[in-house]
Write a protein that binds this ligand. Structure first.
Ligand code: NAP
Length: 125
């Protein structure tokens, strides 16, 4: 497994070069790491942030540190629980980066509640 990862990292993942990817929830944690990794593979990366653009700065800085200025990056605000935001966000990605090839549906929240009494209100939080 480790050998496979080293080979993939040194050769790059076939077919990713030049693709445009939108990573939702890319301001922290797993989403941030995914955004950086796609940038390292030569993708154009759209960083989705739910709050203000400053919340995406750390991810942007990490991409610049790893890949320099040559990688095209766009910040796109949107709450993925709001359909209108999602539609606008996808349009913005195409507008800013030319196309949209890959969506990483990462945004989410971890609930400490047991699943049975979950109310719809909580799921739309
Ligand atoms: N870490 C784990 O062990 C684990 C296990 C199972 C599943 N997951 C899932 O994997 C994903 C990433 O986990 P993580 O640990 O990296 O979580 P995290 O650090 O809490 O990051 C979640 C990201 O999603 C964003 N987000 C939340 N609700 C959003 C919304 N409605 N619209 C847009 N963005 C939204 C957050 O933005 P804000 O900061 O603005 O809220 C944040 O950038 C989540 O879906 C999580 O449920 C994680």
């Amino acid at each position: 497994m480790a050998h496979l990862l080293i080979v993939l990292r040194s050769k790059g993942v076939k077919g990713l070069q030049g693709k445009t990817v939108l990573v939702t929830g890319a301001t922290s944690g797993i989403g941030e790491a995914i955004a950086v990794r796609f940038a390292q593979e030569g993708c154009r990366v759209a960083i989705n942030h739910r709050r203000g653009p400053e919340s995406a700065q750390e991810t942007l800085d990490k991409i610049r540190a790893a890949c320099g200025e040559s990688v095209a990056v766009a910040l796109v605000q949107g709450d993925v629980s709001q359909e209108a935001d999602v539609v606008r966000m996808c349009e913005e990605v195409v507008e800013k980066l030319g196309r949209l090839d890959i969506l990483v549906n990462n945004a989410g929240i971890q609930l400490e509640e047991p699943p049975t009494p979950l109310k719809a209100m909580i799921l739309t939080k």
